[in-house]
Design a protein around this ligand. Structure first.
Ligand SMILES: Cc1cc2nc3c(=O)[nH]c(=O)nc-3n(C[C@H](O)[C@H](O)[C@H](O)COP(=O)(O)OP(=O)(O)OC[C@H]3O[C@@H](n4cnc5c(N)ncnc54)[C@H](O)[C@@H]3O)c2cc1C
Length: 302
């Protein structure tokens, strides 16, 4: 395990991009707080490496032993899978059919009060970070090689009609914010913009049942405000594999996985929901900004 970790770290150092220092700013560009990106390195001896989803997926798929991956084969009949296999892992995202098979609609998705736009623009920006205004925020993460990952979140009521033209809407909302945001908006192409209403999941009482386990968004879909959803899905997978190693007692291993992961992921999901509320504030912005400074000084939830 230790050798694998060292090798994996080397791979991600090479394929990823070290996260640069960033700030959270006001729309006029003045700084609310500087993000201490070295905190993790001080704690764990390794800095944060940002990796794009295609690079991550290619690396994970490349590590599989032979042709075990079957794409474009949606699962519909979960009981039939449970019947046929020793273990079923529901890693099927926020709309999980495996979760629905376990719980029906007893733990529904909750609209988090935000619509998010995101994409990758063909423009290079010097530093990343977020800018928080009245009920809206804009984030930038440099990818290098002339590309920048960007996202915007705006507090809107449920069922708010989608704009006819996302690019025009983003310009209307953010064009008078500090550079390089307007410059990035100019570089957007209409087909490179994703828009989602943001939801999270009502906390589940358990992530496992007999020989079925839920992980990632299927178990604990959270708002993206802490940038933790995919990270926690990966940690779930490593924890689940660790629990299953060296045992034939699958239900026992799954119970151990649930004990290891449920409380911490639900705590992070609650913190993400709180961070979403903070960024949606439309009044008392100096108080909101002071709360943000305090939260960042306290560090991430354990
Ligand atoms: C706007 C936004 C911004 C985000 N930003 C971040 C961020 O900065 N950092 C971060 O860590 N996370 C972020 N996230 C969250 C992150 O995208 C998710 O938490 C993460 O993708 C969850 O991974 P997962 O594998 O559980 O689910 P998914 O990535 O959703 O993968 C589920 C997979 O299951 C497949 N599937 C679904 N149904 C079936 C079926 N019936 N049969 C077979 N296959 C099926 C899907 O095709 C998909 O391949 C963000 C999310 C949003 C919406």
């Amino acid at each position: 395990m230790r050798r694998w970790s060292a090798a994996a770290s080397a791979v991600w150092r090479r394929r990823g991009r070290r996260q640069a220092t960033g700030s959270i700013r006001r729309p006029d560009g003045s700084r609310i707080v500087t993000i201490d990106v070295d905190r993790l390195e001080r704690r764990h001896g390794e800095p944060v490496h940002l990796v794009t989803r295609p690079v991550l997926l290619a690396a994970l798929a490349g590590a599989l032993p032979g042709p075990v991956l079957r794409l474009a084969t949606p699962v519909a009949d979960v009981p039939a899978l449970v019947e046929a296999y020793d273990l079923v892992v529901g890693a099927d995202g926020i709309g999980s059919v495996v979760r629905a098979a376990l719980y029906g609609d007893r733990y529904p998705l909750r609209y988090a009060g935000t619509v998010a736009w995101r994409g990758v623009a063909d423009i290079e920006v010097p530093v990343g970070g977020e800018t928080w205004g009245r009920g809206r925020k804009f984030g930038l993460t440099p990818e290098g090689s002339g590309r920048t990952n960007w996202y915007a979140a705006v507090a809107l009521p449920a069922g708010h009609p989608p704009p006819v033209d996302d690019r025009a809407e983003l310009r209307r909302l953010f064009d008078d914010w500090h550079q390089p945001i307007p410059r990035l908006l100019d570089a957007l192409t209409p087909d490179g913009i994703l828009r989602h209403e943001v939801h999270d999941l009502t906390p589940l009482p358990c992530y496992v049942s007999s020989r079925v386990a839920l992980l990632g968004d299927a178990a604990h879909a959270m708002t993206p405000d802490l940038g933790q959803g995919a990270c926690q899905a990966l940690i779930d997978a490593v924890a689940l594999a660790g629990c299953l190693r060296d045992t034939t007692d699958v239900p026992g291993a799954l119970r151990a996985y649930d004990r290891l992961r449920r409380r911490s992921t639900q705590r992070i999901a609650a913190a993400a929901r709180w961070a979403a509320r903070l960024s949606q504030a439309r009044r008392l912005l100096p108080v909101r900004n002071a709360a943000l400074r305090l939260a960042l000084a306290a560090g991430p939830p354990a």
